[in-house]
Design a protein around this ligand. Structure first.
Ligand SMILES: [Zn+2]
Ligand SMILES: [Zn+2]
Length: 86
């Protein structure tokens, strides 16, 4: 169950709730648009926060990998994952 309470204002729009749920994993503020590239990872950041949190940013497709998942693509181990789809 998700709780979504606006401060003072009556929660009329669900869009507000949606935005609230997009909380930055770094600064805890809503409106974080950069989600971790890893499927299933709920980490998301603002652009400056992703940098500050030492995430791996891919400016080609504006994806971000949280510090936890960016280590998965260390060079050397070239495993064949068939989950690549764009
Ligand atoms: Zn942030
Ligand atoms: Zn992640």
């Amino acid at each position: 169950m998700e709780t979504c309470s606006a401060a003072g204002e009556p929660a009329a729009a669900d869009d507000l709730c949606l935005e609230q749920s997009m909380k930055c994993s770094h600064c805890q503020e809503p409106g974080a648009t950069l989600g971790c590239y890893n499927k299933g990872c709920s980490f998301r950041y603002h652009y400056p926060c992703a940098i500050d949190a030492d995430c791996l940013l891919n400016e080609e497709n504006f994806s971000v990998r949280c510090p936890k998942h960016k280590n998965k693509m260390v060079k050397g181990s070239l495993s064949t994952e068939q989950s690549e789809r764009g």
